[in-house]
Design a protein around this ligand. Sequence first.
Ligand code: ADP
Ligand code: 5GP
Length: 226
Amino acid sequence: MSTSPCGLLMVVSSPSGAGKTTLCRRLLTEHPELTFSVSYTTRPARPGERDGKDYHFVSDDTFTQMVEAGAFAEWNWVHGRRYGTGLETVRQALAQGRRILLDIDYQGAARILAVFADSARLVFILPPSLAVLESRLRGRQTDSEDVITTRLNKARHEVGQYPMYHYLVLNRELEAGYRELRAIYQAELARAEGRSAPEDDAALAHSCLTTERGALAERLLQGDEA
Ligand code: ADP
Ligand code: 5GP
């Protein structure tokens, strides 16, 4: 599988409720050159979600046929449902040197990193604490009590995957979290285009490197504030 040196795959993951969708939507709105990779899923649409925009909502049979046809760059079970990234979407984007944002879980991120090592940049969004994560999941009012419990039980394990990611964003206060994500994107965009990033972005992005701030994730794992 060939990759273009100037393509950029920004892979963003987080435990459910950390604010990944909120931050990514804003980045996409402010950066029209960035294309969202619309995943396929067998889970039902939530109120307000649109087929083809948020996800391609497909049946179990269709998903199975796509797996057998080799249509996915990666796919996985997440919270009891299947989710996958279309291989053609990623291939075409890279061939055209486009910028693409993938909102996928840590298993998918690992696979994308293995297959598209030159172009993939992995960002993990951290909540300020696991208690805040719980209150955000409840406040969102989109999931049943069972689903919330499953997602919280998985959160610690997901945060434990942080060393695989290039960058960590702390989404405590929304504006600060967004500034970090945007700076990382600007820094990586500059790298993909072979130019220097603006100094402020470069400095902020550097401070978000996992090598610089892994201690935040470690504190979360110990049950403390990040
Ligand atoms: P995810 O996509 O990671 O599951 P969402 O973007 O849906 O998370 O955010 C979960 C909930 O938390 C939403 O109701 C969202 O409005 C809220 N939220 C996101 N970021 C923040 C923040 N920094 N401060 C307070 N609430 C937030
Ligand atoms: P949600 O159901 O809340 O939209 O997403 C649940 C989880 O599935 C999130 O962690 C999200 O990042 C992940 N996810 C969404 N699309 C994909 C995909 O195509 N592949 C993988 N591996 N995970 C995905």
